[in-house]
Design a protein around this ligand. Structure first.
Ligand SMILES: NC(=O)c1ccc[n+]([C@@H]2O[C@H](COP(=O)([O-])OP(=O)(O)OC[C@H]3O[C@@H](n4cnc5c(N)ncnc54)[C@H](O)[C@@H]3O)[C@@H](O)[C@H]2O)c1
Length: 381
């Protein structure tokens, strides 16, 4: 955990959870709660690290602040393969370990979904992104983040004076975010020329068969094969000739050593922290506009906050549209005026809001004892 960065905002708590009976490790990072409870996803992958969870928790703090939601930022990571048949047992045990961390609200992320949120809700009494029959707004099923990304794309296109209709889109990672973004973008007239998942990239400059890819994904088949076109290796997606590149998988996939392959005019960060800061700077230097995660993929968070307040689906979509449009416009204009990257401007505004809340009665909450009453091991860093 020596690579976790601590600063004037947080993280307030870094918890290592271990259940020897399965066994599995998990991490929970509460970055900051000055503006409200820490809402953030539960990532379940074999590769997740405490550093990744801490960076993602900070992203949530900034995303909530930029969207002006009464929330802080947190994130959990369970080191496990969510395709394993023991996933339910692991998720339920994880939920019991965090049951008394009342200012963390779990939400879906990579490897978790409405079903996992139901298990967590049953064990802890809290979670968002629940199925509709439990009174939730199933944000992945509804495509909240993908919808927001399409609004963001439309706004950036207006800013660049280019039409979204006919724009060529490449989507990396055909999961909840990537598939929904592809659906909403093509509804607005964009053309899906490439999509990738773990198994490879499908590419057709004339447009892929999105319906076939969506149907394959829904039935557990391979969307890359179903989409038609040429089959390329997985990371070939970054070099595809397109207007909009939309990373929607995992962290740090765009780095200084591969950013030069990118031929898109803009990168919309559907995933959280998909690019390193050095890569974002290099892309900006080549005239590629990068809309950072804290702006572009806020749709799911906005819907989760609406669900937490008891708002309905229509209000949630309305708020996503309003906030994505105004925040994207504001960041594009302001970053241009400041001569900074959109990320730098967005994070400066977010940091200011969080610090203000910390100083103005938004007191950092009392640090809880990290050991739980269960048999788990916990440690603070
Ligand atoms: N679900 C949301 O509403 C939401 C909101 C904001 C941000 N995000 C972020 O978006 C990203 C994706 O989340 P999701 O909910 O869609 O997860 P998901 O698990 O549904 O989808 C991720 C997809 O990416 C694929 N993938 C993994 N590694 C890959 C690689 N190297 N190349 C190509 N494909 C790869 C996986 O097979 C999977 O299909 C994450 O970074 C998440 O934090 C999600």
């Amino acid at each position: 955990m020596d690579r976790i960065r601590y600063d004037s905002i947080g993280p307030a708590r870094v918890m290592h959870l271990y259940d020897p009976s399965i066994p599995f490790h998990a991490w929970l990072v509460i970055d900051n709660t000055a503006r409200g409870p820490a809402l953030g996803g539960v990532r379940i992958t074999p590769e997740v690290t405490p550093e990744e969870v801490a960076r993602l928790a900070r992203t949530m703090t900034f995303k909530s602040a930029i969207a002006d939601l009464p929330l802080g930022g947190g994130k959990a990571g369970i080191v496990f393969d969510s395709r394993d048949p023991d996933t339910e047992t692991v998720v339920r045990r994880f939920a019991r370990l965090i049951a008394d961390i009342g200012d963390y609200i779990p939400a879906p992320d990579m490897g978790s979904d409405e079903t996992s949120m139901t298990w967590i809700r049953q064990e802890t009494g809290r979670a968002v992104g629940l199925p509709a029959d439990l009174g939730g707004l199933p944000l992945d099923q509804l495509g909240a983040t993908g919808f927001g990304l399409a609004v963001c794309a439309e706004t950036v296109c207006r800013h660049l004076d280019m039409p979204l209709a006919g724009a060529r889109v490449a989507v990396q990672g055909f999961g909840n975010v990537g598939s929904a973004a592809a659906r909403f973008l093509t509804q607005k007239g964009a053309v899906l020329v490439a999509l990738s998942d773990r198994q490879g990239t499908a590419w057709n400059p004339q447009g892929l068969d999105l319906d076939a890819a969506l149907a394959a994904r829904a039935s557990g088949d391979d969307p890359v094969a179903a989409a038609g076109g040429s089959l390329l290796e997985r990371d070939a997606i970054f070099g595809v000739d397109c207007d909009i590149l939309l990373p929607a998988a995992t962290a740090d996939v765009i780095r200084e050593d591969n950013q030069q392959q990118i031929r898109a005019r803009m990168v919309l960060e559907g995933a959280n922290i998909p690019a390193t800061l050095q890569a974002e700077k290099a892309l900006a230097g080549r005239g590629v506009l990068v809309v950072p995660d804290v702006i572009a993929n806020a749709g799911g968070l906005i819907m989760a906050e609406a669900e937490h307040r008891g708002a309905d689906k229509d209000e949630a979509f309305r708020r996503i549209e309003e906030k994505l449009l105004s925040n994207t416009e504001r960041i594009l204009v302001q970053s241009q005026q400041e001569g900074r990257l959109p990320r730098q401007t967005a994070e400066r505004i977010a940091r200011q809001r969080v610090l203000q809340a910390m100083g103005n009665g938004g007191r950092p909450r009392a640090v809880q004892r990290l050991s739980t009453s269960s048999s788990s091991g916990s440690s603070r860093n």
